[in-house]
Ligand binder design. Structure first.
Ligand code: SAH
Length: 451
């Protein structure tokens, strides 16, 4: 029998979706962080549930040839990057394997899964950083959450956000400390600074900074602004957001632009975008270009096509295809994102795109009389609403391209589409989030049943 706190020598036979090694002791399954498939290791059992348990890596006995020394000092405790101990090619292979496995197991989908499209330089790619602030031994700290907790690691360096973002975080920490503005204390609900959100443009120099406070006021606001913009000329937008709620949601309802504009500019495949602080925007701009190019290829758009961009955000996919088709219809639940989308259409002289606020599952019904040819769908992690998928199946839209950031809900949704006569023809995983276990996938789907 497996005992808690005992040491065992094990072999990792597989890996979980979030990169933990899976091993068995007398048929009992254990999950161990930092264990790679094929390795043997000494572990200590830390937790035992009814059907499975957890262990801690003590020592790798036989190393995988794919093991890599993580370059980040925070790797062991940080909840951000969980694949940094795999070399990059193995990360890409792992993501392809997970995509194919999940589609087969959860979705009963047998299809062609291509190699994961990786990055030449898989570091410093994230254009948005959400940094929690806190206090430790009377000192202000800021950084990233420890794995599976709300304890903050005081970040020295982060290898997946731009260096200037880390710099700004450290700079603000010093400014707040100097000005005696305390960090939020989540446990007792006191303090001021909760989060700082920093966004960088890839194409332009623009940077925006959102300061989230527990209090309705940002103390010494003018000094903070002056210090920040005189030190970082690239900061073109500062927003103060008030979040008084006991919640994990970062932004509260009330925001105020306290410096510059409420947007940064960026460009994807020669289309210009304005992105305001509340709007969703893909976090890896280099991979986004690659991914949209593949999505457009999978759509096989012709000049007379009517195209829906569902879950459209600021209209990035729709505006990228507008020049190849007759009409684009976009829908998105966040009002400000739709304001951005319509403005972005104007800025790019695109007159054949219309974006509306609403739930995709409601709005698509109002478009059922259009002869829609192509549907791009790019939902959040929870996937598509069932009513949305049923409406798509009723409309028998011939060409579908599904962009997914969660292969589990993708598998579930593709299974529904497949049962209604759609054929999943091809999948390409994209590495939007190198060093982490997140997978992005683009799927080519066609309506096949002629009834
Ligand atoms: N296609 C965009 C955005 C994808 S992210 C891009 O590539 O940038 C998913 C988007 O779906 C988010 O902007 C989110 O606000 C929106 N969303 C979430 N639930 C929705 C719903 N029920 N109906 C419409 N949009 C929704």
């Amino acid at each position: 029998m497996v005992e808690k706190n005992e040491f065992y020598d094990v072999t990792f036979v597989d890996m979980t979706h979030d990169g933990m090694g899976i091993c068995k002791i007398d048929g009992f399954t254990l999950f161990v962080a930092n264990g790679l498939k094929g390795e043997t290791a000494k572990i200590k059992v830390t937790k035992i549930n009814e059907n499975f348990g957890f262990g801690r890596m003590i020592e790798v006995i036989e190393k995988s040839p794919y093991r890599k020394e993580p370059i980040c000092d925070h790797f062991a405790e940080c909840g951000g990057c969980n694949l940094m101990h795999m070399d990059y090619q193995m990360q890409l292979n792992f993501k392809k394997y997970r995509t194919a496995e999940t589609l087969r197991r959860l979705g009963k989908i047998e299809t062609k899964v291509n190699e994961t499209v990786g990055m030449l330089n898989p570091y410093y790619y994230r254009n948005k950083a959400v940094i929690p602030f806190g206090e430790e031994n009377g000192k202000m700290i800021a950084g990233l959450y420890k794995s599976r907790s709300h304890d903050i690691i005081d970040m020295k360096r982060c290898y997946i956000i731009p260096k200037i973002t880390t710099d700004i975080v450290k700079f603000l920490k010093n400014v707040f400390t100097e000005l005696n503005i305390p960090a939020y204390n989540e446990k007792i609900g006191t303090g001021v600074i909760r989060h700082v959100v920093i966004r960088n443009s890839n194409y332009y120099d623009d940077i925006s900074v959102t300061l989230v406070t527990l209090t309705p006021k940002l103390p010494k606001k003018d000094i903070i602004i002056k210090r920040l913009v005189s030190r970082y000329k690239r900061v073109v937008s500062i927003v103060h957001n008030h979040n008084p709620n006991t919640t994990n949601v970062v932004l509260g309802k009330k925001s105020k632009v306290i410096y510059g504009e409420d947007y940064i500019r960026d460009e994807i495949n020669s289309v210009r975008f304005k992105i305001s602080h509340r709007s969703f925007y893909q976090v890896n701009p280099i991979q986004t270009e690659e991914m949209y190019t593949k999505a457009i290829e999978y759509a096989e758009i012709t000049p007379n096509d009517i195209v829906i961009d569902a879950y459209c955000g600021i209209g990035t996919i729709g505006l990228s295809v507008a020049k190849y088709c007759k009409t684009v219809l976009g829908v998105e639940i966040v009002k400000q994102a739709i304001v951005d989308a319509n403005e972005n259409a104007k800025e790019n002289n695109i007159t054949n795109a219309k974006f509306v606020v609403g739930k995709a599952e409601d709005v698509i019904k109002t478009w059922s009389n259009y002869n829609v040819d192509v549907l791009f769908v790019d939902p959040p992690r929870k996937g598509c609403d069932r009513v949305f998928l049923d409406t798509v199946c009723e409309m028998k839209i011939p060409k579908l391209v599904y962009v997914s950031c969660n292969v589990a809900t993708l598998a579930r949704d593709l299974n529904i589409l497949q049962a209604a006569g759609y054929e999943v023809q091809e999948v390409t995983p994209f590495d939007m989030f190198p060093q982490t276990s997140h997978i992005e996938a683009v799927v080519k789907i066609r309506y096949k049943r002629q009834d």
